[in-house]
Design a protein around this ligand. Structure first.
Ligand code: ADE
Length: 236
């Protein structure tokens, strides 16, 4: 899979992409993540040469607060990444106006060969960006971030985790909370050593070696926790 991110803050991606599972997935060539700076495509870039003059946003027509991402630099940046790799991809604007991202959406996106994520800053995107690029809109939750960068990182993290070969043999996403095997609900409780910690014991059943009973107990626990903490998931 290839993931392109178009952003005004490429440096924000450096550390999340360079450690742990995301790092390994790239090293193993399971995913290629390419970050491109939209500001490099600002029209007045050549005239002034200074970062300060590389204008990518402007005041909204009709008035109102804040600044809006201009279409020119985003289109030019988009066309540049399309030339870097001709593979067709699904294009997403990261915005609180988008469809809510969840585990099911992550599974769906994991089946794509290419994703192009466009992170905006300021008050939003000129509407012609969405229309002209045929972009879908996606949100990670009902709150407003300062920009789409953290949302892009969340989506990358969740989607890449699900790609075959990314998690080792001893770890797996298949029983995760919200997964199909968890019935879309929460995961069962986990324990590791020691057997007794500050007077709290590991449930006897987990030490029994009876795998059928353990599986049954886990299903029951998962259901109870979901009923108690996230009943909304059962209604779905
Ligand atoms: N940009 C600002 N807020 C956002 C959100 N909730 N999801 C995705 N992108 C955003």
């Amino acid at each position: 899979m290839r993931i392109d991110v178009l952003t005004l803050f490429p440096q924000a991606f450096e550390s999340p992409l360079s450690c742990s599972i995301l790092k390994r997935a790239q090293e193993a060539h399971i995913v290629e993540i390419v970050i491109t700076d939209i500001r490099d495509f600002a029209a007045d870039n050549a005239q002034h040469g200074l970062r300060h003059y590389r204008k990518v946003d402007d005041k909204p027509y009709g008035g109102g607060p804040g600044m809006v991402m201009m279409p020119g630099p985003v289109f030019d940046c988009f066309e540049h990444v399309c030339k870097l790799s001709p593979e067709k991809g699904r294009v997403f604007l990261l915005t609180p106006q988008g469809q809510k991202f969840d585990q099911r959406k992550a599974v769906e996106l994991g089946g794509e060969n290419r994703l192009i994520l466009i992170a905006g800053k300021y008050e939003g995107f000129d509407e012609r960006i969405r229309i002209g690029l045929g972009a879908e809109q996606i949100s990670i939750g009902d709150y407003v971030l300062n920009g789409g960068e953290l949302a892009a990182m969340v989506i990358i993290d969740v989607v890449v985790r699900l790609l075959p070969g990314v998690l080792g043999d001893d770890t797996s996403a298949k029983d995760d909370s919200f997964s199909e095997t968890a019935g879309g609900g929460l995961e069962y409780p986990q324990y590791t050593r020691p057997e007794v910690f500050r007077g709290m014991k590991v449930p006897e059943i987990l030490l029994s070696g009876d795998h059928k009973k353990i599986a049954q107990w886990r299903r029951q626990q998962a259901l109870e926790r979901t009923q108690k903490w996230r009943p909304d998931l059962l209604e779905k």
